[in-house]
Design a protein around this ligand. Structure first.
Ligand code: GLC
Length: 436
């Protein structure tokens, strides 16, 4: 039996150690600035500790990076300069007319989690006046962000937002991107030095060919001042299941918030309807029985079974039959996600049956706590309570064995990547809050 209290105490200490006052660094050494979806998970950790003021400060810090067109950037460079690469000097947000002038940021976004995070904070803050005041403050910024996701990132109005860089998915080097990334040209890329492999062994990080392509994509978008022409002509354009499922979940939350605040709901209802339809017509793959990403470059689904597909359940986007098929054929299948002689823990980021599966390399196989939490609550939403509990138990076992690592080897439970990772601690604390 795992004792939860000492784990909670240790998690609170990680949050406090990584607290930079204005924001909480995902890791003060490896990631010393603010990351968008990290900020959302971190706010839940502060709320679970009862510190709602601190949780609101985290969300505010992310919103302060907002561009005039509504985009929320994936990195806000508080604390710049630092040794982080690629830093503000490479991104050059000052070239974009929409970017804030007082604070450097990156020029791409990350999974839209803040919508459901503010709803959770609103529901749980015991100080009702403070809760309403904050909701009123944050709602317009989030509505503007989602409008941007539905226009700039969905120019054809199909109901899904495209990502134009793997980092926008949060799952940097997933096998999902192998095919679309292979079309990114890297000739003429200026020489550069990676900083990430200074802290973590390179076998646990993206390969250099991927890094070249990550940078080439940034330089492409930058040469278009992060405007629409760069998005249109990007060699990497994907409708990602995880990204769009979190967008949908956040829009469910914005709908509830709009009702609570007496704001109009029509636009949000339309968003919800369109993405529900698009998940069925475009992302559900009847042959594989799973939600798959869509490659706009080839106009085809990407045949990679990744844990992000299961997050469709968190947004209620599967029919009950689809949910059952995903669980029976994939999640409970020892050849895919379930433990067998080789792996012991749920949920590896990629199906073990995928040829791209690598159990120690970042987003190509290891277990990440944020995906575990989102998948567990997705399962609970569809009535798979035992499986949800099992994922929770595995998550606690990983943390008890190896501490608050960035990710974990699903075979041994060994902690990989950087240690003292903020969202692993924040989600241990905030796990129950995710149920909404
Ligand atoms: C890595 C992860 C990304 C995360 C960031 C900060 O880039 O892939 O998902 O947001 O680190 O923790």
């Amino acid at each position: 039996m795992i004792e939860i209290d000492p784990l909670r105490k240790a998690a609170a200490e990680v949050l406090r150690r990584n607290d930079r006052g204005e924001f909480t660094a995902p890791s003060p050494r490896q990631y010393p600035h603010l990351w968008l979806w990290d900020a959302g998970f971190t706010a839940l950790g502060w709320a679970a500790l009862g510190d709602f003021e601190r949780a609101y400060r985290e969300v505010r810090a992310a919103l302060r990076g907002q561009w005039r067109n509504g985009m929320l950037p994936h990195v806000v460079f508080y604390g710049w300069p630092s040794a982080y690469f690629p830093g503000a000097d490479l991104w050059r947000s000052d070239l974009a007319p929409e970017a804030p002038t007082d604070l450097p940021t990156s020029g791409i976004t990350q999974p839209p989690v803040l919508g459901f995070v503010i709803q959770i904070l609103f529901q749980h803050d015991p100080d009702r006046q403070r809760a309403s005041a904050f909701a009123r403050e944050a709602f317009p910024a989030l509505r503007a962000y989602h409008r941007w996701l539905h226009t700039a990132r969905d120019p054809e109005g199909i109901g899904l937002s495209r990502i134009v860089h793997p980092w926008e998915s949060g799952m940097d080097n997933s096998p999902l991107w192998d095919a679309p990334l292979s079309r990114v040209q890297t000739e003429g890329l200026p020489p550069y030095q990676r900083a990430d492999v200074h802290w973590v062994h390179e076998e646990q990080r993206p390969r250099s060919i991927e890094y070249d392509r990550f940078l080439a994509l940034i330089l492409h978008l930058r040469s278009h001042r992060y405007g629409e022409s760069g998005v249109r002509s990007s060699p990497f354009r994907v409708y990602d299941v995880l990204f769009n499922a979190l967008r949908h979940r956040s829009e469910e939350a914005l709908f509830v918030m709009a009702q609570a605040l007496g704001e109009p709901t029509g636009e949000i209802e339309e968003w919800l309807e369109r993405s529900r339809a698009a998940f069925q017509t475009r992302l559900w793959d009847p042959e594989l029985g799973f939600f798959l990403d869509w490659d706009c470059g080839t106009d085809r689904r990407i045949p990679v079974i990744a844990a992000g597909g299961l997050v469709a359940l968190y947004a209620g986007l599967a029919t009950p039959d689809q949910a059952k098929e995903m669980v029976d054929r994939h999640l409970r299948n020892p050849k895919a996600f379930a433990p067998n002689g080789g792996t012991r823990y749920l949920v590896p980021t990629v199906s073990k049956a995928d040829p791209g599966w690598e159990p120690r390399r970042y987003w190509r196989g290891p277990i990440w706590i944020n995906l575990n939490a989102l998948i567990a609550y997705g399962l609970a939403r569809y009535g798979f309570h035992e499986l949800a509990e099992e994922i929770h138990r595995h998550t606690l076992a990983l943390i008890a064995q190896s501490g608050f690592h960035e990710y974990y080897d699903p075979r041994t439970g060994e902690g990989l990547g950087i240690g003292d990772f903020t969202w692993s601690a924040a989600l241990l604390l905030g796990w129950d809050l995710l149920s909404g």
